[in-house]
Design a protein around this ligand. Structure first.
Ligand SMILES: Nc1ncnc2c1ncn2[C@@H]1O[C@H](COP(=O)(O)OP(=O)(O)O)[C@@H](O)[C@H]1O
Ligand SMILES: [Mg+2]
Length: 226
């Protein structure tokens, strides 16, 4: 099978319900979308519309209640936790609103961490982390700790950490949500460059500015595509 002809990610009639005591929250109620290589997709919609739920499914952090999800033709919707973790490590880089850096580690160690899970030897981990830091313009900060950096710099570190495993897909959930507008813009510019370098970028955002750099946007409302 030639996987190049398949969409990078195919979401087929996916639902996700959460059970909370006696109530069922239907966070996604049947969503289908194909995402192609090189897309910069923005996922928009009001709070509670299911954006993060969809992002978690695409990122193999969770599996659907029904429907199926294929990454390069591989059905990930029925995978167990171990196989999901393997797909995540090989194919996906994550960037979160809260940066999610490990506060007691240096910047360099933070960026090296995903390579440890990928069982890359120490020397190569260090080289690749330094390279990723250079890519985001923070080579002079590798011995610092996250608390010594500004919000925008922390998000750059998180982006370097997402890039270091050389994933095809970068998923970002409200990456500018904790930043002021000017700094947020520089982070969006960085995602734009990363996309132009060939990565597929999928971003959950409220920021209307993203419309000008994304190649496609979808809008969720009450768990359905508008
Ligand atoms: N782990 C969970 N347990 C129960 N309900 C959840 C959970 N995660 C999300 N939800 C609910 O699912 C709906 C969609 O949430 P979410 O995907 O986080 O939306 P968004 O990211 O668009 O704000 C909301 O009603 C939310 O309260
Ligand atoms: Mg959310």
């Amino acid at each position: 099978m030639n996987t190049k002809e398949l969409p990078l990610i195919a979401v087929k009639d996916v639902t996700r319900s959460y059970i909370l005591g006696k109530t069922v929250v239907r966070a996604l109620r049947g969503v289908s979308i194909d995402i192609e290589r090189g897309d910069f997709l923005s996922i928009m919609g009001p709070s509670g519309s299911g954006k993060s739920t969809l992002m978690h499914l695409i990122g193999c952090l969770d599996t659907p209640t029904s429907g199926s999800l294929y990454i390069e033709g591989e059905d990930v919707s029925e995978m167990d936790e171990e196989d999901l973790a393997d797909v995540r490590n090989r194919k996906i880089g994550f960037v979160f609103q809260q940066f999610n850096l490990l506060t007691r580690m240096t910047i360099l160690d933070n960026i090296m961490t995903p390579l440890m899970y990928a069982r890359i030897p120490f020397k190569e981990r260090k080289e690749r982390a330094a390279e990723a830091l250079e890519r985001v313009g923070l080579s002079d900060r590798l011995r610092h700790r996250p608390s010594e950096l500004s919000g925008g710099e922390r998000q750059r570190v998180a982006i370097a950490r997402a890039l270091v495993t050389r994933p095809q897909v970068i998923l970002a959930d409200e990456p500018t949500g904790n930043l002021d507008t000017v700094i947020g813009r520089t982070i969006l510019d960085l995602f734009h460059e990363i996309n132009e370098e060939g990565k597929t970028v999928i971003m959950v955002t409220h920021d209307p500015e993203v419309g000008s750099i994304s190649t496609r946007s979808i809008h969720l409302r009450d768990g359905l595509l508008e």
